[in-house]
Design a protein around this ligand. Structure first.
Ligand code: GAR
Length: 202
């Protein structure tokens, strides 16, 4: 079966959506392991409750980004996953890491990229007066939130919206879209080739 490793840092509601999708009778993928950069991530409890092996790799004081990423990479190599999914993983990855895992590494980001890479995306969309906002699933390259976009979903910003209210609706969209994209990649409906870029097979 198609095997994924999920990278997390926090609450893990997107991990939960992936766990549920991986257990559906129609499932085409399984989760080999969950890796967190924080030992207090609630996502770890979700993985343990689902009997998925968990690993915590915390950054140590003075450690270079390259060194952290090498250790992360060594763990990933031991799993040899078909796909690595960043589901609320809040670290920037070095160019050598993203090159090494190029087109096996996807991220979910809470904005309609290329708008609002980085943090505080809901606040920034409200302040800009946008009436649409949303989420993107994209391949990861060396540019933060800059890789090829695979899929997006959008929602309306209401006049009385707050970042917290938007975050709830964003999460609902994410829990639909992220498992869908993983399933499409697992089925070979979406792939990336150097020559043609993103390719959809229907
Ligand atoms: C999600 O909204 C995800 O889009 C965002 O963190 C949240 C994690 O929620 N990711 C980023 O901001 C990446 N820079 P979760 O832990 O409940 O899945």
């Amino acid at each position: 079966a198609f095997q994924i490793v999920v990278l997390v840092s926090g609450f893990g509601s997107n991990l939960q959506a992936l766990i549920e999708a991986s257990r559906a009778s129609s499932s085409v993928f399984s989760i080999q392991a969950v890796i967190s950069n924080r030992n207090d991530a609630y996502a770890l409890e979700r993985a343990q409750a689902a009997n998925i092996p968990t690993f915590v790799i915390t950054a140590t004081a003075g450690q270079t980004r390259e060194n952290y990423d090498q250790i992360l990479s060594q763990h990933l190599k031991s799993f040899n996953p078909d796909l690595i999914v960043m589901a609320g993983f809040m670290r920037i990855l070095s160019a050598s890491f993203t090159e090494q895992w190029h087109h096996k590494l996807i991220n979910i980001h809470p904005s309609l990229l290329p708008k609002y890479p980085g943090l505080n995306t809901h606040q920034r969309a409200i302040e800009a007066g946008d009436d649409r906002h949303g989420i993107s699933v994209h391949y990861v390259n060396a540019e933060v939130d800059g890789g090829t976009i695979i899929a997006q979903a959008d929602l309306a910003i209401e006049s009385n919206d707050t970042p917290q209210k938007i975050a709830q609706r964003v999460h609902q969209l994410e829990h639909q879209l992220l498992p869908k994209v993983v399933m499409a990649i697992a089925r070979g409906e979406i792939c990336y080739s150097k020559a043609d870029g993103l390719v959809y097979h229907h």
